[in-house]
Design a protein around this ligand. Structure first.
Ligand code: ZN
Length: 243
């Protein structure tokens, strides 16, 4: 894939059911608007570790939290224009079983993605996020293998974008893509509003998008950019052009 082509099929691997909204909602909406098929796989609901708002109710149960989180994330995905599925593998800690891993590989084969999105490799605060990263890289490797036989053929070499973690400097996150999400930011905001269990993050990620937007202009983007999302590529971009 060159740096200037538009992806047609994207798979997003989200450790918990809110992560894709906060960190990649703009990228998802942007891709969906340009006609890409976007599929989000949530490894867990974040039911134990990332549902603070719901646990404020003393009568809350794990099953009720999962139901609420499924509903919120499904609504958010709908607004962003993505398909979504949930593997319900548990959180804090996340446990990717071998059958779930095989399911993810099959998913990649069927989707034939030209772009993948997930977490950074090393977040010292959230090892579930690291496991999602490692799982996607391993699943990509297996899905590429000629000797791994399924009904679908091996995939190519899709780029992986790591979306921005909550404390980027602690995770060694160095963005090399500032994506203009000004045109879809209203959709990201509506998707964020769906996540009632984590409403404390809405202002934070709105401010972050504004700061990244200022930096996008500073880096040569159009002056009309007001909101941006930071991502970091895992692999080099292949291009026929010098710039
Ligand atoms: Zn998370």
């Amino acid at each position: 894939m060159t740096g200037k082509s538009s992806p047609r099929s994207i798979v997003v691997l989200s450790a918990h059911s809110g992560d894709f909204v906060w960190r990649a909602g703009g990228a998802i909406a942007h891709a969906a608007e340009t006609g890409a098929e976007v599929r989000v796989i949530c490894l867990s609901f974040g039911e134990r570790g990332e549902s603070q708002g719901l646990w404020a109710d003393p009568d809350m149960t794990l099953e009720t939290v999962k139901i609420a989180r499924r509903k919120e994330a499904s609504e958010a995905a709908d607004i962003l224009g993505a398909h979504i599925e949930f593997l319900d593998l548990g959180d804090y800690p996340l446990n990717v079983t071998s059958s779930a891993f095989d399911e993810i590989v099959d998913h990649l084969r069927r989707a034939e993605p030209d772009l993948l999105l997930t977490h950074v490799a090393n977040d010292p605060y959230n090892r579930d996020h690291n496991l999602a990263h490692e799982t996607l890289l391993r699943a990509r490797m297996v899905a590429q293998a000629q000797g791994h036989k399924t009904d679908a053929p091996p995939i190519g070499a899709p780029q992986i974008l790591m979306f921005e973690p909550h404390q980027p400097e602690m995770c060694g996150f160095v963005p090399n893509l500032l994506l203009d999400i000004t045109g879809v930011f209203d959709r990201k905001q509506r998707a964020m509003q769906c996540m009632s269990a984590q409403q404390h993050l809405v202002d934070y990620y709105t401010d972050l998008a504004q700061r990244r937007g200022v930096q996008a202009v500073r880096n040569g983007g159009a002056r009309s950019i007001r909101y941006a999302e930071a991502h970091q590529r895992v692999f080099p971009v292949v291009s026929e052009e010098l710039i």
